[in-house]
Design a protein around this ligand. Structure first.
Ligand SMILES: Nc1ncnc2c1ncn2[C@@H]1O[C@H](COP(=O)(O)OP(=O)(O)OP(=O)(O)O)[C@@H](O)[C@H]1O
Length: 352
């Protein structure tokens, strides 16, 4: 059976089916539709102001590579007037981050925007390889997630960025909503669906792909032949987030709107006025934002430097994670789950 014509231009043969609305499009119309959606998100939410210096948090992975590509294009096409640059954190994970950083270095040339790299070793005196040797593979994602968040802020401050954009997509945000519910972390639950956070602080962060689903980003990267790194982190097979990811993917296979509806639920929560929220202050040790005397990175680092790496990982019984400042497995995924899902996302987007 021959292929359908593109539903938009009605001129070229359709090359793909958009997962969100089952629209059959040719490559060119898909690129235009996707880029227009991101442009609309940026304009409707006033994500950037002309003249701003914007750090694109670039891991070398698919989503942040699409982000770097699309932001560069839109900045030029619509005269946003942004001063864009790539910011990468080298966690020091042999066979993973060293390879993905090579990708980001090529992106620097491909997109013509400068790259700043900051390493855990230089910032904290420890690489993730060294931390894993101390702590083992079970809790290492806690260190990595806490250190990365702070390292990105420090990197952005170093190069005087006004704002940071990350490649978090709808799947990531739905996982975070569920994880925050499971952990009873009301403070994070109340802000994790926001497209822009930290506006009251020195460095607001935004997520232009907040409603973009994984399949769409994958299809865009695939057809644009973007240069990205697709291997999962060697240290994340036990990460808690992987279970949430698998659960959400199972739900999505039964009910395609599940991801957007989890986000919608997260956005619609209203918190009782009696809910105790942590008060933001600054860490006595390093000056970074913290609701505790010491920020989480300083607690973890102190444990490492004293030869007691588990010191900062335990959870105080009866206290919520926002009260203790504990944040576990905050960014990683399960390797097998991701590979399984990568196979699955190929189906709706590319098969005819
Ligand atoms: N080492 C890093 N350096 C800079 N930014 C990072 C790094 N790791 C993650 N990020 C940012 O956080 C976002 C979400 O992180 P996540 O762990 O899902 O990334 P990933 O799966 O490695 O790559 P991607 O999201 O780009 O496909 C990324 O899209 C990127 O913007």
């Amino acid at each position: 059976m021959g292929r359908q014509m593109c539903e938009l231009c009605k001129d070229r043969r359709a090359a793909l089916i958009r997962p969100r609305n089952r629209q059959q499009l040719c490559q060119q119309c898909f690129f235009v539709a996707f880029e227009n959606e991101i442009h609309k998100t940026i304009v409707d939410n006033r994500l950037f102001k002309p003249g701003e210096r914007v750090a694109i948090a670039a891991s070398g992975g698919k989503d942040s590579t699409v982000l770097a590509h699309v932001l560069t294009e839109l900045n030029r096409r619509h005269n946003y007037g942004l001063d864009l640059f790539l910011l990468s954190i080298d966690e020091g994970i042999t066979g993973y981050r060293d390879d993905s950083l090579e990708t980001v270095k090529r992106n620097e040339i491909q997109y013509g925007i400068p790259l700043e790299v900051l390493s855990y070793k230089a910032l904290y005196g420890w690489s993730m390889d060294e931390i894993v040797r101390e702590i083992g593979r079970k809790n290492n994602c806690t260190f990595c997630g806490v250190f990365r968040r702070q390292a990105l802020d420090r990197g952005a401050a170093k190069v005087k960025a006004d704002k940071m954009a990350t490649g978090h997509n709808a799947d990531d945000i739905a996982e975070t909503v569920l994880l925050n519910i499971i952990r009873g972390d009301i403070a994070r639950l109340s802000r994790c669906t926001a497209i822009i956070t930290g506006e009251e602080g020195a460095l607001p962060r935004c997520k232009p792909f907040n409603l973009g689903n994984l399949d769409c980003l994958f299809t865009y990267a695939y057809y644009k032949k973007l240069d990205y790194f697709s291997t999962e982190c060697t240290y994340s097979p036990n990460a808690y987030r992987g279970y949430a990811r698998e659960f959400i993917k199972d739900l999505e296979s039964i009910r395609p709107r599940a991801i957007l509806d989890i986000i919608k639920s997260g956005e619609s929560f209203r918190f009782a006025l009696t809910t105790k929220m942590p008060e933001q202050g600054t860490c006595e040790k390093c000056g970074y934002i913290s609701s505790q005397k010491w920020c989480k990175a300083c607690v973890l680092l102190d444990g490492l430097n004293r030869g007691l790496p588990r010191l900062g990982i335990g959870r105080t019984r009866g206290k919520s994670s926002s009260a203790t400042g504990i944040q576990t497995d905050n960014s990683c995924s399960d390797k097998q789950t991701s590979i399984r899902n990568d196979k699955r996302i190929l189906k709706p987007s590319l098969d005819f």
